[in-house]
Design a protein around this ligand. Structure first.
Ligand code: DGT
Ligand code: CA
Ligand code: CA
Ligand code: ZN
Length: 600
């Protein structure tokens, strides 16, 4: 007798179970580190580039970075028996709808638990009804305003239920897929291959992945593509076009074109649609119709209708239309076609322009690597300077640095800088902090301590749901502090997970321009804060920016491209960004130039 076949769980479903375990443990107030382990496992599985069932079958769960013994055992239980007894025990203790309530913005685990225990509300629908009926205000600490917020949050939640994937998950999956496709085919089968669509434009979230390739053997490419191990579902199978679904549910489209069609096809499939429309209008004015293969004469005085023009590159296509080539990040129809016509497109910042990092963490706060490990990694990556900015005290959820810890860090940094200087290495550590902006706008460290630091970042991590006036005033107070050099991740948003605060960015950016406070583009793809659009506005208002990885581990130093491409979406040049400048010049651009001697 064989066991009844279990329904096969895909990566997203497995990830959701582990996220659910984390949420249930949060509500039950369990050990924070265990909760983090489950949350990390959920993220790892969601972003895994292979089918979790295949990894499990190969007995290789423990080889997945970030999956420890305890989690591997739970995955094994789940995939072999269809359930996890530990999970079942948790779900028995908490009604199903209580976790769902936590998804409502502003309702955290503590609130969800109180709503359930004190008001007997066990789901989003019940929560909505109770808020509308004015019942939430019975809870101590809640009023009519909280009810309003909850109702607004439920509305937001409903609107957000779409399937766009954050770029931080989509890009590694798409790049891995291209690498796997190339190695599945004999060398030379594919002449050109590129990501198109929103991924090539570096949008924050991705609907589906679009890949474009040139090959003389399209059918072989299609077959290899659909046979990839990560293709858990085949959504379309043509001779030149196929679509698959990945383990996380994301769709990937691939198209193979002839070399002579590459320029027009890449432009077409890169989009955006609005940009394409603007380019097509330009073509029409000149007597051409533009499609994904070519320009075709259509009323052109010199060419009979129907004459085709092909372009092997995008540059050739744009040039033929009298346009400078437009970087994909700009193709959102926000003035780029006109600028391309007037040859006034900005020379956009590039990855190689960044020479220093101004926001990073170590084991002195919530970083995973020691100061020395981070420094070694940063130096090996070719940075010229690196600001160590651990969280200040005042952020309740994590240990922070006080004056004593900063003195310890200073001693270590002085020692390391001495070694670099002696060895003739062009790399210097700076000492800063990420000062917590407290609820009243004062900072987690006193001014006399901040005054001793090289580069002070100030950020808001808690109380993000304060009303617009309160949080704006709070932030303005921090921006006006003479020791605050950089405003970190200004809106506090987490893409797809947490809405930005209600902060009045226009006023904050104006204040940054007036006071000379640098505005951060946080490169972590969960944040991308400022966004491209606001980065552009910041420059218009006269601000300077910094692109920071905010690395909490050595790995996260590699997140920089997300920040740079976000800056490019904001039309930024190297001159707009201070950490493109050499150390002395960068320090001279700070508001608080009371810089300690840095051994040169
Ligand atoms: P996404 O996938 O929602 O993140 O955004 P995109 O921009 O990748 O959009 P997608 O995948 O629907 O199509 C890729 C590109 O192909 C798009 O940016 C422009 C082009 N495209 C697709 N459908 C149409 C269409 O109906 N008309 C025009 N003009 N272009 C299209
Ligand atoms: Ca797409
Ligand atoms: Ca598509
Ligand atoms: Zn940070």
């Amino acid at each position: 007798m064989t066991a009844p076949e279990l329904p096969r769980l895909n990566n997203r479903q497995v990830a959701e179970i582990f996220a659910d375990i984390g949420d249930l443990m949060l509500i039950l107030g369990e050990n924070r580190f265990k909760i983090i382990a489950y949350q990390n496992a959920a993220r790892t599985i969601a972003e895994l580039n292979q089918d979790i069932n295949a990894v499990h079958a190969a007995g290789a769960l423990r080889d997945i970075p970030g999956i420890g013994q305890a989690i591997a055992e739970k995955i094994d239980e789940l995939l072999t028996t269809g359930s996890i007894p530990f999970y079942n025990k948790l779900t028995e203790q908490v009604p199903a709808g209580v976790v769902a309530m936590m998804r409502v913005p502003d309702v955290g685990p503590k609130t969800a638990k109180r709503l359930w225990e004190e008001l007997d509300i066990t789901g989003v629908e019940g929560l909505k009804a109770a808020a509308a009926a004015g019942r939430i205000r019975e809870l101590k600490g809640f009023g009519a305003k909280s009810e309003e917020k909850i109702l607004k949050g439920i509305e937001l939640l409903a609107r957000r239920q779409n399937d766009r994937t954050p770029i931080g998950s989509a890009r590694p999956l798409a790049e891995g897929l291209i690498a796997d496709l190339l190695s599945a085919l004999p060398p030379g089968t594919i002449q050109k291959i590129e990501l198109a669509g929103s991924l090539r434009r570096w949008r924050e979230t991705i609907g589906d992945v679009d890949i474009l390739a040139v090959s003389e053997q399209p059918v072989a490419v299609m077959e290899a593509f659909r046979a990839l191990p990560q293709a858990v579902d085949i959504l379309g199978a043509g001779d030149r076009k196929s679509s698959i679904a990945l383990p996380n549910g994301m769709q990937v489209d691939i198209r193979v074109v002839e070399a002579r069609h590459w320029g027009a096809a890449l432009a077409y499939f890169t989009g955006s649609q609005a940009h394409n429309v603007a380019v097509r209008e330009r073509a029409q004015k000149q007597g051409w119709s533009l499609n994904e293969y070519s320009l075709t004469s259509d009323g052109h005085p010199d060419f009979p209708d129907g004459t085709d023009r092909f372009f092997e590159t995008e540059e050739a296509l744009y040039a033929f239309l009298g346009l400078d080539w437009v970087a994909p990040e700009l193709r959102e129809n926000r003035g780029e076609v006109q600028a391309a016509r007037q040859h006034s497109l900005p020379r956009l910042i590039e990855l190689a322009d960044i020479v220093g990092e101004l926001h990073s963490h170590t084991t002195f706060s919530d970083g995973k690597a020691t100061l020395e490990e981070m420094a070694a990694a940063a130096q090996a990556k070719g940075y010229e300077y690196w600001n160590v900015s651990d969280h200040s005290i005042g952020l309740g959820v994590t240990q922070g640095v006080d004056a004593g810890a900063l003195a310890e860090q200073r001693a270590e940094i002085d020692r390391l800088n001495g070694e670099y200087a002696a060895a003739g290495i062009d790399f210097r550590l700076l000492l800063g902090t990420e000062a917590e902006v407290l609820a009243d706008g004062t900072l987690g460290l006193p001014d006399d301590v901040l005054a001793t630091l090289d580069v002070v970042v100030a950020s808001i991590h808690t109380g993000l749901r304060q009303d617009r006036e309160t949080i704006t005033e709070r932030c303005l107070k921090a921006v006006r502090n003479p020791h605050v050099d950089i405003l970190g991740h200004p809106t506090g948003r987490l893409i797809g997970r947490r809405e930005p605060s209600e902060i009045d960015l226009e006023r904050v950016l104006q204040a940054c321009a007036e006071t000379g406070t640098i505005v951060e583009i946080n490169a972590n793809p969960a944040r991308l804060d400022l966004s491209g659009a606001y980065a552009r506005r910041a420059v218009e208002l006269g601000c300077k920016l910094a692109i920071n990885c905010d690395a909490h581990s050595v790995d996260q130093i590699d997140l920089l491209p997300y920040g740079v491409h976000t800056a490019r979406r904001g039309w930024l040049t190297a001159a707009d960004v201070i950490n493109t400048r050499p150390l002395d010049e960068m320090l001279g651009m700070l508001k608080d130039r009371n810089i300690r001697n840095i051994a040169r």
